[in-house]
Design a protein. Structure first.
Lengths: 250, 283
């Protein structure tokens, strides 16, 4: 069974077709990079996976999208529970204006089942996983807004990990960060792939080549090419892919 | 050079006009304070009126105004904040939302005396609350609803979408997101709206005329179903229709100053709360 399987997925926003019959399969514990020029549908595809597009007016979807073999758009699936299994990290760091501790505890408190001691344990665990613990362990009560941009993004990753999703979505998580912070996050992604399956949107081709196992190239709503990252960058099959990865458009 | 001089002149005019506005405002407050300060005493603030309102204080009117304002703010704040939340966060049908927004805007243009008449017909007569604090408070709640709804809606809309999405992305329902993220962050601005409404409610005269205000009732209300004296109406009575207007005239300035101070007190309290909340959620 694949971790993620898309079967002829099409998406419309009103009359605009944003995705056109996209099909792909992703194995467990792999990192998938979605690349392509702006407006190509890669973010739409990413946000399909935790049903974040549900709130967009005029959104309509056809085809099937399976996570762990379950059709996530079937009427029995509650998107709220789906999002606890499929975590998301956004382009810009979005810490809540609460303390560092409360930021990480946020997703845990929603579920109302954990004792405070368990929450504390999982907060620490998540912060360690996100490689942030050593920097902030003495300042858990401090406002998350006082952290640097790179720390804020790692906090957001910790916040997502604390809920213990099995699939992690990242929407250009380093595009707002400096090179050092970017390197730290890439290192982190490398660590996380042991436990998680990761789908990441990136504009940075070197980044895609560095961190991913699989790469998907989207162009004008269609999945042009999909394959192992190794082969993808050394031996692209489609002329459009070659033109894109050699920087001739996009 | 000439252009420069024209600009300097324009700046000067704008500055003068804005200073003039401040001077006028200070003049009004200063005049009321000057005429009223001599009247205000501990007795004036804490005892009922005596001898046909010529002697004694205005305590029943103060207590009455506070009661009515609390009822109006409680009911209006609850409904206004909920409606604002609905319009900002939960309304899905765009047409319906636009219709409600249009109606709210229209409501804010209705003269307050019309609200008074409506309050009389609905709360006093039909619902049989009688001339009472409850009827007056509810009428004033209605009157302040457009302001409260609009303000709450703007407060909730001003919370960054990225934070709401982050919450949804962590597996929060829309209601959880509203209660745990949007509401706390928007609270300072919601409070600001309540303060604006308080100022308006405290000073309104027309809507309370037929719904709650008593001409002369020098006792303290014991339940929400009793009428009471109120500061704005008492002020009106002292100037126009007392037993001896000449002798009650100075009392009117004391009443006016009390009303001003009360409004200021509400404003400062809310400003303090807002300051504390802003410190807590630095957005």
């Amino acid at each position: 069974m694949y971790k993620v399987e898309a079967r002829k997925v099409s998406v419309w926003y009103g009359s605009y077709k944003a995705l056109d019959e996209v099909s792909l399969c992703l194995e467990r514990n792999q990192v998938l990079a979605l690349i392509g020029p702006s407006g190509c549908g890669k973010s739409t595809f990413l946000r399909l996976l935790n049903r974040m597009n549900d709130y967009i007016e005029g959104f309509r979807m056809e085809g099937q999208l399976l996570i762990d073999g379950e059709d996530i758009y079937s009427p029995e699936v509650d998107p709220v529970y789906l999002r606890r299994r499929v975590g998301m990290v956004f382009q810009k760091p979005t810490p809540f204006p609460f303390s560092i501790y409360e930021n990480v505890a946020y997703g845990l408190r929603l579920q109302n089942r954990l004792k405070e001691s368990q929450i504390r344990e999982r907060v620490e665990q998540a912060l360690r996983q996100a490689a942030l613990w050593d920097e902030i362990k003495d300042n858990l009560k401090k406002s998350a807004l006082a952290l640097s941009g790179g720390q804020q993004q790692r906090l957001c990753i910790a916040r997502t990990l604390a809920v213990r999703p099995s699939l992690l979505l990242m929407d250009e998580p380093t595009s707002a960060l400096d090179p050092i912070s970017t390197a730290k996050i890439e290192e982190l992604i490398h660590e996380l792939r042991q436990t998680y399956t990761i789908v990441i949107v990136t504009h940075n081709m070197q980044q895609a080549a560095r961190i991913s196992d699989m790469t998907a190239f989207f162009y004008m709503g269609r999945l042009i090419e999909y394959g192992r990252t190794k082969d993808f960058f050394t031996n692209p099959q489609h002329p459009e892919t070659l033109r894109y990865i050699t920087g001739r458009f996009g | 050079m000439r252009k420069r001089r024209g600009e300097a002149l324009a700046t000067l005019i704008v500055t003068l006009i804005s200073w003039a506005a401040l001077v006028i405002l200070a003049g009004v407050v200063g005049f009321i304070t000057y005429k009223g300060l001599g009247v205000i005493s501990w007795e004036f603030l804490t005892t009922p009126m005596r001898e046909g309102m010529k002697k004694g204080g205005i305590a029943p009117a103060i207590v009455g105004s506070i009661w009515v304002t609390l009822v109006a703010l409680g009911v209006g704040g609850l409904i206004g904040t909920s409606a604002g939340a609905y319009l900002s966060e939960f309304a899905r049908h765009r047409r319906l939302k636009q219709l409600i927004e249009f109606l709210v805007t229209t409501l804010s243009g209705i003269p307050s005396v019309v609200y008074g008449l409506f309050g009389l017909a609905l709360f006093v007569v039909t619902l049989n609350f009688g001339t009472s604090i409850l009827a007056g408070g509810l009428t004033l709640a209605l009157l302040s609803l457009p302001l409260l709804i609009r303000n709450a809606q703007e407060a909730f809309s001003s919370v960054p979408t990225s934070l709401k999405e982050a919450s949804i992305g962590l597996g929060a329902s829309e209601m959880q997101t509203f209660l745990r993220v949007t509401l706390p962050i928007a609270l300072p601005r919601v409070l600001t709206g309540l303060v604006l409404a308080t100022g308006r409610i405290l000073g309104e005269t027309a809507p309370i005329l037929f719904t709650v205000a008593a001409y002369y009732l020098p006792t303290y209300p014991r339940s929400l179903l009793e009428p009471t004296m109120l500061l704005p109406y008492h002020l009106y009575v002292l100037i126009t229709s007392g037993v001896n207007v000449k002798e009650t005239y100075p009392m009117a300035f004391g009443t006016a100053l009390t009303l001003l101070i009360l409004t200021l007190f509400f404003t400062l309290t809310a400003a303090y709360l807002r300051f504390r909340l802003k410190q807590k959620y630095r957005v």
